[in-house]
Design a protein around this ligand. Structure first.
Ligand code: ATP
Ligand code: MG
Length: 340
């Protein structure tokens, strides 16, 4: 495929953890920088998706802050990189409606995310049910081929492909089908250099680090004071094996620290493992990782501080010009097809 469009939605309901940064943001920034000389890179804020559930803080402020994170993470802006808000491109909602008229209740009822999110609740908003169709519109309006999403979104991606196929079958080749989940995963691995990093919870390393975790000590937020982050690493749960080695099964805490050390310093994991091979003092490893994380956070926060709100607003306005033009062109064709 020639210069396929890459599209990513950035949920801004709350702040990011070190896990989100190392596992999702940095790989995306690497992919974008690698392909942006030829491909369109659409980085949009799915703010219509955000209001499906309660928003933590102020959505407008959150999205400005989140886009700054992309820039601070090293995203290079050129004429092919576009920031836009879903709510500022009305074609998303409109195509969603048209696709709604082709999707079936059965198809949406089968979505495991919907089942999970509605399980046991007396009342569930229609947005939660319908959200996969809006997601299909987000993708199909731009003929996006690569949509780096986690495994939890693969079913929605399959639905997008099915809706596009159905529409094309009925009306002619209007939509480009996004790549299959397998192809997406291969493409993403290219940016990451391995298959899916999962930074672990510092207090309970059996689990992955999650921003929704209630324990503050279990996660490092990108906005954490570097000294506080250092303390969190120093109090991370380890084990009683007494050997520094990479063994996620039996020593997830120590393995997690080795992995964080590698990712934060952009070193091959194998090099970090070799450096610590034969060592037994967990405290030394913690000191080193704490130092690395604090140094990274300090530099990162300085970069974020140098980016003004105005700069982000200008990028959004420019991006929304591109997005409205592209999306409206596609929407017109779709409207004609269905007789509107
Ligand atoms: P929540 O607790 O609300 O689910 P989360 O921290 O799991 O929050 P998501 O919004 O679910 O974050 O995911 C955002 C992105 O970060 C996804 O691409 C996801 O795969 C990635 N991600 C989430 N947690 C980690 C982690 N611990 N390590 C690496 N990547 C992660
Ligand atoms: Mg999650």
């Amino acid at each position: 495929m020639n210069n396929p469009t890459i599209l990513t939605g950035l949920r801004v309901n709350s702040e990011f953890t070190l896990g989100n940064y190392l596992g999702a943001l940095l790989p995306m920034v690497r992919l974008a920088n690698k392909y942006s000389s030829k491909s369109q890179i659409n980085i949009f804020v799915p703010d219509l998706h955000s209001i499906i559930s309660e928003v933590d803080g102020n959505l407008k402020q959150n999205l400005v802050r989140s886009l700054k994170v992309y820039l601070a993470a090293g995203l290079k802006i050129n004429q092919n990189v576009h920031f836009y808000r879903q709510s500022h491109v009305p074609a998303h909602s409109e195509l969603c409606w048209i696709l709604d008229c082709t999707a079936t209740m059965g198809e949406l009822n089968r979505m495991t995310q919907f089942k999970d999110k509605s399980d046991g609740k007396d009342s569930v908003n229609v947005g939660i049910f319908n959200y996969p169709v809006l997601m299909a519109a987000d993708i199909l309006l731009y003929d996006a081929v690569y949509v780096p999403v986690g495994e939890d979104q693969f079913q929605h991606l399959e639905l997008t492909r099915r809706l596009a196929e159905r529409f094309n079958h009925n009306y002619g080749e209007i939509f480009t089908l996004p790549a299959t989940p397998k192809k997406q995963a291969e493409f993403m691995a290219d940016g990451r250099g391995d298959e899916g990093i999962r930074v672990r919870d510092l207090q309970n390393p059996q689990k992955k680090m999650s921003k929704s975790s209630r324990s503050e000590n279990s996660k490092i937020m990108l906005s954490d004071n570097p000294a506080a982050a250092r303390k969190k690493i120093m109090s991370a749960t380890t084990d009683s094996v007494g050997k520094i080695q990479f063994d996620m099964m039996n020593q997830p805490g120590i393995s997690n620290l080795l992995q964080i050390e590698a990712l934060v310093n952009n070193l091959p994991l194998q090099d970090v493992i070799s450096t610590w091979a034969g060592e037994t003092h967990y405290g030394d490893l913690k000191q080193k990782v704490a130092e690395s994380v604090a140094t990274m956070l300090e530099a990162f926060q300085t970069r974020v501080g140098e980016i003004s709100d105005d700069e982000i607003m200008q990028l959004l306005e420019k991006g929304e010009g591109y997005a409205n033009k592209t999306a409206n062109d596609k929407l017109r064709k779709v409207q004609e097809c269905v007789g509107l």
